[in-house]
Design a protein around this ligand. Structure first.
Ligand SMILES: Cc1cc2nc3c(=O)[nH]c(=O)nc-3n(C[C@H](O)[C@H](O)[C@H](O)COP(=O)(O)OP(=O)(O)OC[C@H]3O[C@@H](n4cnc5c(N)ncnc54)[C@H](O)[C@@H]3O)c2cc1C
Length: 399
């Protein structure tokens, strides 16, 4: 493939950058700079989606008839890169990259008309109700049941690790509608309103001081049968389609590029005995390796994008990008933490004491440790490292 940048994309990049600079509210940007890569507040995701929607850019990768832009993969890449570099919040991934594509691919016309505009406009947040205690990687064995009674389903069970479940207005759930057939064939995909009687959401305290992840308990929850997406018993194939969407976009390339630059800035600013840490051979070696890995990852992502028939489908490459990107993310965060030493604990120190006290430590130390802690999860969500390796061995090597 030809890696020579296409000059016609420069004008596009310029237009996007100008628009983001004009539209991104300062408070959202500042919050992101402090929190970058830790967890986005879901409210901020919706605010940013609403702003983007005014330009028709909230879900640029969707088909044009459902509000997408018709941009090429390279244009989408540039758009996402510019958003990350500007410290814009993530948009609601559940609607834009997971449930939305399932609905416009498998939903009825009525469901498309009902849900897609609301999701695109950022009217509400969507939670992903897949994982259960004991059924994460082994999702096909999920136990939450949905029994059909007339024009509704009665849902019972428990989900866990539901990101932003406490804030979400809707959730897309995998439920077992037929326990008598082989596990994959008995699963269905249901839209459930999170304030339906019988639903209890409990937030889980996390290692990094946040509590975005939730447990969701469903006790005789009545769900209209019209909320079934596609066909009953086909939920497993829809979920696979959705998870492949998630994996293909999970190289974290923009985060990695931005954060490796931030690690360099920290290494240049921090000193030991008056000497900048960038001149310490151990730190310099680690940083240089990570910079090389980020460049290699970017070129690998671009190689995938350049393939003429680039589509979201399961490939060994998608899993490889996820493995490489998530490990790089962790390594960069760990380097930032090591560069700062105890000062990387600034957030915890200030949370425990007086946040308004004179800042003894630089701003870039604000959330380094919480971010490194939350990044431990990047090799778990969206399919664990070991599961990805299994996929690679199967798809690439036929093992
Ligand atoms: C931050 C975060 C956000 C998440 N958000 C959501 C969400 O919004 N919605 C949702 O539904 N879920 C969510 N999850 C759950 C996530 O999808 C699961 O944690 C993940 O699929 C792993 O499942 P598990 O936790 O049950 O671990 P397990 O599947 O029990 O795995 C435990 C260990 O065993 C290994 N293992 C399991 N099976 C195999 C195998 N066949 N071969 C080799 N090794 C194996 C795993 O790699 C792992 O190391 C989130 C998780 C995290 C950490």
């Amino acid at each position: 493939m030809d890696f020579i940048p296409d000059p016609s994309l420069d004008a596009f990049r310029h237009e996007i950058r100008e628009a983001i600079n004009a539209d991104l509210p300062t408070d959202l940007k500042e919050k992101q700079i402090a929190y970058a890569g830790s967890q986005n507040e879901p409210e901020d995701s919706l605010t940013w989606m609403r702003i983007l929607d005014k330009r028709g850019w909230a879900v640029p990768h969707w088909p044009v008839e459902h509000g997408g832009t018709g941009w090429s993969p390279m244009q989408l890449y540039i758009f996402n890169e510019e958003c990350t570099n500007a410290f814009a919040p993530d948009i609601c991934w559940g609607s834009s990259h997971m449930c939305g594509p399932v609905i416009y691919t498998f939903g009825s016309d009525a469901q498309k008309e009902r849900f897609l505009p609301e999701m695109r406009r950022g009217d509400y947040y969507l939670a992903q109700g897949f994982s259960e205690p004991g059924n994460g990687s082994d999702l096909a064995r999920l136990r939450t049941s949905a029994r059909r009674e007339g024009d509704r389903y009665i849902v019972n069970g428990q989900k866990i690790w539901t990101s932003s479940g406490y804030f979400a207005e809707w959730g897309f759930f995998l439920v077992r509608t037929d326990p008598t057939v082989k596990p994959q064939a008995g699963i269905s995909f249901l839209m459930i309103k999170m304030d339906t009687p019988g639903i209890t959401v409990r937030r889980i305290p996390q290692l990094n001081g946040e509590s975005d992840l939730c447990e969701v308990f469903l006790d005789n929850v009545e769900v209209p049968a019209g909320n079934l997406i596609g066909e009953e018993g086909k939920g497993w194939s829809y979920a696979k389609f959705l998870l492949d969407h998630e994996r293909t976009t999970s190289s974290f390339i923009f985060f990695n590029k931005r954060e490796v630059a931030r690690a360099r800035a920290i290494a240049e600013a921090e000193t030991q005995d008056g000497v900048p840490l960038i001149r310490n051979p151990v730190f310099r070696d680690r940083l240089t390796r990570l910079e090389a890995e980020a460049t290699a990852l970017e070129w690998s992502v671009l190689r995938e994008l350049s393939k003429e028939e680039f589509k979201y489908h399961p490939t060994a490459a998608a899993s490889t990008l996820k493995v490489a990107g998530s490990r790089l993310q962790q390594a960069i965060c760990e380097l930032e933490m090591d560069l700062l030493g105890a000062r990387s604990l600034r957030k915890f120190a200030y949370d425990a004491h007086d946040r308004d006290a004179a800042p003894l430590w630089p701003d870039y130390s604000e959330t380094v440790t919480p971010r490194a802690l939350v990044m431990r999860a990047s090799t778990i969500y969206g399919g664990t490292l070991q599961i990805q390796k299994g996929i690679i061995s199967k798809l690439a090597f036929d093992l």
